[in-house]
Design a protein around this ligand. Sequence first.
Ligand SMILES: *[C@@H]1O[C@H](CO)[C@@H](O)[C@H](O)[C@H]1NC(C)=O
Ligand SMILES: *[C@@H]1O[C@H](CO)[C@@H](O)[C@H](O)[C@H]1NC(C)=O
Ligand SMILES: *[C@@H]1O[C@H](CO)[C@@H](O)[C@H](O)[C@H]1NC(C)=O
Ligand SMILES: *[C@@H]1O[C@H](CO)[C@@H](O)[C@H](O)[C@H]1NC(C)=O
Ligand SMILES: *[C@@H]1O[C@H](CO)[C@@H](O)[C@H](O)[C@H]1NC(C)=O
Ligand SMILES: *[C@@H]1O[C@H](CO)[C@@H](O)[C@H](O)[C@H]1NC(C)=O
Ligand SMILES: *[C@@H]1O[C@H](CO)[C@@H](O)[C@H](O)[C@H]1NC(C)=O
Ligand SMILES: *[C@@H]1O[C@H](CO)[C@@H](O)[C@H](O)[C@H]1NC(C)=O
Ligand SMILES: *[C@@H]1O[C@H](CO)[C@@H](O)[C@H](O)[C@H]1NC(C)=O
Length: 888
Amino acid sequence: MEILGLLCFVVAWYVSKSGLEVEGAELQDQTILLALNQELTVQRWDANNSSYCSWQGVSCNDRSMVVKLDLSHANLRGNVTLVSQLKALRQLDLSNNNFHGYIPPAFGNLSDLEVLDLSSNKFEGSIPPELGGLRNLISLNLSNNLLVGKIPSELHGLEKLQEFQVSSNQLNGSLPTWVGNLTNLRVLAAYENLLGGTIPDNLGLASELEILNLHSNQLEGPIPASIFTSGNLKVLVLTQNNLSGDLPQELGNCQGLSNIRIGNNHLVGTIPKTIGNISSLTYFEADNNNLSGEIVSEFSQCSNLTLLNLASNGFSGTIPTELGQLMNLQELILSGNSLFGNIPESILRCRNLNKLDISNNRFNGTLPNDICKLSRLQFLLLGQNSIAGEIPHEIGNCAKLLELQLGSNYLTGIIPSEIGHIRNLQIALNLSFNHLHGSLPPELGRLDKLVALDVSNNRLSGHIPAELKGMLSLIEVNFSNNLLNGPVPTFVPFQKSPNSSFVGNKELCGEPLNSSCGDLYDGSNNYHHRVSYRIILAVIGSGLAVFMSVTVVVLLFMIRERQEKAAKDAGLVDDETNNKPTIIAGNVFVENLKQAVDLDAVVKATLKDSNKLSSGTFSTVYKAVMPSGMVLSVRRLKSMDKTIIHHQNKMIRELERLSKLCHDNLVRPIGYVIYEDVALLLHHFLPNGTLAQFLHESSKQPEYQPDWPTRLSVAIGVAEGLAFLHHVAIIHLDISSGNVLLDANFKPLLGEIEISKLLDPTRGTASISAVAGSFGYIPPEYAYTMQVTAPGNVYSYGVVLLEILTTRPPVDEDFEEGIDLVKWVHSAPVRGETPEQILDARLSTVSFGWRKEMLAALKVALLCTDTTPAKRPKMKKVMEMLQEIRQN
Ligand SMILES: *[C@@H]1O[C@H](CO)[C@@H](O)[C@H](O)[C@H]1NC(C)=O
Ligand SMILES: *[C@@H]1O[C@H](CO)[C@@H](O)[C@H](O)[C@H]1NC(C)=O
Ligand SMILES: *[C@@H]1O[C@H](CO)[C@@H](O)[C@H](O)[C@H]1NC(C)=O
Ligand SMILES: *[C@@H]1O[C@H](CO)[C@@H](O)[C@H](O)[C@H]1NC(C)=O
Ligand SMILES: *[C@@H]1O[C@H](CO)[C@@H](O)[C@H](O)[C@H]1NC(C)=O
Ligand SMILES: *[C@@H]1O[C@H](CO)[C@@H](O)[C@H](O)[C@H]1NC(C)=O
Ligand SMILES: *[C@@H]1O[C@H](CO)[C@@H](O)[C@H](O)[C@H]1NC(C)=O
Ligand SMILES: *[C@@H]1O[C@H](CO)[C@@H](O)[C@H](O)[C@H]1NC(C)=O
Ligand SMILES: *[C@@H]1O[C@H](CO)[C@@H](O)[C@H](O)[C@H]1NC(C)=O
């Protein structure tokens, strides 16, 4: 520890020394930055510190001129025109702030600028033509603003441009032809605008072009064949335009093309057989066009193909049997065409198929008996065809099925009772408009998750079985136009349906039909009471666990409130009599902060409720602004143990020791104050709040969604901090996303490390042994060991990692029956849910890369949250596994 302390000191001394050397160098940029700070109030800048080159996000050259300015994600607004006076600037990143008004034309004078990122702000007006003066620009990102008007022709001077991104604005006019003259262009993204005209034919001259994304515009004319000439294209997204003409043969030149999305246009002609050359093809989406001809068997050569969507076109012929070779195929969507024949047996070999949608075609074969060989199938949509024969009994083996659509075919025979085995069936079971006969199998009553049931327009006979009351999730039913008889069972979803759901069955009676059943079935009313009682009991039963968890939280909360109220009352009295509480002891450990911290001011700040930032299990945190201008975060320990006051000296020694723990991802104490029976711990103030706020509060505003790379580095940072703690034999007592703080660059710092030393349960301080950490993060073994251990920490960390992956809190009303996040994730396979349904889909669907990393991180989280402590990996191992994910 001593050595670490020394190291911290040496580093600090070295940095301050080099800071002094700046003096005498060019001061102009300093003046500009100071003025800029005045305008924008950049929290992360220490304006009193003259070594501006070391301010966060600022980099200088050897003449102390600013060459890089990164103010991204800082919640800033104001006038940024001043930046244009930083003459040596090469990289300027103002993205993800609240800047509005016009883009300063003076930016066009930054002749050395190579990177300009103004994305995700509220810049309005048109793109200033002056930007054409940025001759050295390599990357220009103006995406996600409120820009209007045309893309100015003056930008043709940006000859070195490699990335040009203007998506999600309201730009109109056409895509300028000069983009084709940008010989280094790799990325062109102009999606979600109002661009019209054609895609310039000379775009092919931009031979380095890898990503072309122009979806959701009003582009017309053909897809120019020239864009495929160089063969470098990797992503082509043209969805939702007015494009017409054929799909060029030249497509096949681009073997690295992984994404082709050209749906919702007016494209005609056939799919070129050269598609088979595109060995990287992963997504092919061409739905809602006027494409025709046969589905080419060459698709089968694209072994990585995951999604093939040709819905709503004019395709005819049969499904080529070769598609059965596509082992990675997850979704095959061919609905709304004129395809016929059988579902080829070979398709059943696509073992990853999760969605098979061939509805609304002319398929005229039968249902294969072994359709459920597709063990991952969740969506089987075969409605509106001419499929004949019987529904095979084996249908019961499709255990993961969520939706089964067989309506409007020529199916005969009975409804096999095995359908009742598909317990996952949730979205719909539709057997309507067929020739099914026999009675309704009572086993359907086991489908307790099913929302919509339609068996209308068949020849079904007999009673509606009372067992159907087991379908507790039912909302929509349709039994109409069959030969059913007897009373409609008394079951809320039935009686609440319109009578059209039951009409056309001559001998059916009772509510909601107008025909009463007479005396014969009078007993049914009693039954009604029994059933509703049972439902209520079921509901209460499942709510009980949730209720109990909530009660525990509420109780904890009430205890906490009471303590706080007492503290506050004491504070008020103090204020009125203008009596400051007497400080018993206090110190600031960090030498150069001693001047800036005023201990009286610290105490005063904690007496005002308006300064309260957050409340944790063991403490409340206040913001304290020092007379010097320095801002501190002050942690007031709760339910103070008298023993701590009595063992002051030991506590102070521990704090001093902790203040020297030199790790980037730990919040270290910089001082303490003890007054009355209260202990206050002082820390640097971190402006970006907690990880919990970052994940759960920003999730309500999609535009501030933390992306996956940011989340992964947060996860890694926390793991590094915790691994270090374990390395120096400290067990954390309260790991939760609420105890992970984020600095201005979203670097995570694990807080409350002191608690573990000051309130060590193994030393028998009774007040905390009753609670070990925050609800939802407590390892299951704690119930019988009542002790927090290193593997227990790993568990709690795993919960934080799951939060990062799912954007769900550790306990949530959304989970059934008092299930917490860990149980919800671990039981996903049982529920038949894929990892995709667990991960935050807003992130996992962004790219294959992100998805892969998220799946790998999910594995780590599952290991960490194993019920058996011994099976959980060590924190160091966890850290290494996550670091590896990032490197790959
Ligand atoms: C200015 O900031 C640098 C880097 O953060 C630091 O090393 C130095 O000690 C500070 N100087 C003063 C006078 O506070
Ligand atoms: C920082 O600057 C403010 C005004 O700019 C001044 O009031 C304050 O005393 C300065 N703080 C320190 C520590 O120099
Ligand atoms: C920003 O300030 C400059 C002068 O410094 C002024 O010309 C410009 O209009 C201002 N921009 C906005 C959006 O207020
Ligand atoms: C750019 O620099 C030139 C020459 O210094 C100056 O005349 C012009 O006003 C500047 N443009 C803007 C928009 O500030
Ligand atoms: C450009 O900005 C958009 C919107 O903020 C962002 O999604 C994209 O990643 C940015 N591109 C680059 C290369 O940074
Ligand atoms: C383009 O947008 C600008 C600004 O909103 C508008 O004045 C102009 O009429 C639009 N041009 C076309 C062709 O729609
Ligand atoms: C693009 O380059 C061609 C010659 O390579 C030139 O004739 C044409 O004027 C250029 N277009 C633009 C808009 O700069
Ligand atoms: C298929 O995908 C895998 C995994 O992403 C990749 O390693 C492989 O190179 C791809 N194959 C082709 C032919 O692109
Ligand atoms: C299915 O339809 C096709 C085309 O109309 C026809 O040639 C074929 O005989 C039909 N198959 C069956 C089994 O009816």
